[in-house]
Design a protein around this ligand. Structure first.
Ligand code: IPM
Ligand code: MN
Length: 350
């Protein structure tokens, strides 16, 4: 019997979101049954349909309810019939800001049985973590335009970095580095972005010294090159919001694609945090059964780990990883069933 429980809000969202979230839930339920905890799922119908029907991306009343749950699982948001930015800004980014989810934690890991587009890499060669700042930078929405549509049109998009915001994400990354290889790479563009780059660089030196970890540095463009030519040189990358967004798509690509890329939007100091696959809503394959649920399942593993369910998290990750070789031959649901069976029984699905 479950002797403890967790309340999880589910924002399955659009496109393949509901399909992959259903499989992630199965894996989590199997883990709960095996490791003795209960999960209380609370579904929210946020996303394109709700917005088209009511004009609401994230009603204040729902935001207040979400503040009270233990964690949030999000599938994907966005659909071609909703203008770009409406759901991204109005729902996902609003949640990141309002819940102060200042760490976007994205493992980049090549799992056995997954093909990387890089020649001659073995799974051990790609195993790094990207710690992306998640509440500042160009994402803050500071800016505007004048003379829109006319010949004198101008637009600004101001990037805002605060010392407190940079310090706190650096402290998280440095603490992770202490649990791993003891080294941290700051990625920025200090040769051009001299104001924000200087702030990041000084803050990173101080935080690394305090934590007793080694600090490396790479410019963002060079980091793209190294991710392709020598990914093993990185263990933990810490970077700003926009560089982190770009680097983690490249990271997903070298690790075999978005099908296995998981992420955690964390507030390490308060509840709740939000977990989501890195991939989007992929409307082109929605309803076909082709979506890979593994990224969502691995996101649920990060969720369980964050809630302190370490053994369950490890079992869910192991179940997902064991299902990966040959995964393309299975439908979303069939793969989810294999993963849930492995999680429940402790065996491999083979
Ligand atoms: C991501 C996504 C989001 C981002 C979009 C959907 C707003 O690309 O989580 O990486 O840019 O952060
Ligand atoms: Mn992105």
């Amino acid at each position: 019997m479950a002797n403890r429980g967790h309340t999880i809000a589910v924002l399955a969202g659009d496109g393949i979101g509901p399909e992959v979230v259903a499989e992630a839930r199965k894996a989590a339920e199997a883990a709960g049954a095996r490791f003795g905890f209960g999960l209380d799922w609370v579904d929210y119908d946020l996303g394109a349909d709700r917005w088209l029907r009511t004009g609401e991306a994230l009603p204040d009343s729902v935001l207040e309810e979400l503040r009270g749950v233990d964690a949030i699982l999000l599938g994907a948001v966005g659909r071609p019939d909703v203008p770009p930015g409406v759901l991204e800004r109005g729902l996902l980014l609003r949640l990141r800001f309002e819940l102060d989810l200042y760490v976007n934690f994205r493992p980049v890991k090549l799992y056995p049985g997954v093909a990387s587009p890089l020649a001659e890499v073995k799974p051990d060669d790609i195993d790094l973590l990207v710690v992306r700042e998640n509440t500042e930078g160009v994402y803050v929405g500071a800016g505007g335009h004048v003379h829109r549509g006319g010949p004198a049109e101008a637009a600004t998009e101001t990037s805002i970095e605060t010392r407190a915001g940079v310090d706190r994400v650096l402290r998280f990354a440095a603490a992770k580095a202490r649990e791993r290889a003891g080294r941290l790479t700051l990625v920025h563009k200090t040769n051009v972005l001299v104001h924000a780059g200087d702030l990041w660089q000084r803050a990173a030196r101080e935080v690394a010294a305090q934590a007793g970890v080694t600090l490396d540095y790479a410019h963002a463009d060079a980091a793209c090159l190294y991710l392709v030519t020598d990914p093993g040189r990185f263990d933990i990358i810490v970077t700003d919001n926009l560089f982190g967004d770009i680097l983690t798509d490249l990271g997903a690509a070298i690790a075999g694609g978005l099908g296995t890329a998981a992420s955690a939007n964390l507030n390490p100091d308060a509840s709740p945090s939000l977990f989501e696959p890195v991939h989007g809503s992929a409307p082109d394959i929605a309803g076909t059964g082709m979506a890979n649920p593994v990224a969502a399942v691995l996101s649920v593993a990060l969720l369980l780990d964050h809630l302190g369910e370490r053994a369950a998290a490890a079992a869910v990750e192991a179940g997902a990883v064991a299902a990966l070789p040959g995964a393309a031959g299975y439908s979303t649901q069939a793969l989810g069933d294999r993963i849930a069976t492995a999680v429940a029984g402790g065996g491999s699905p083979h």
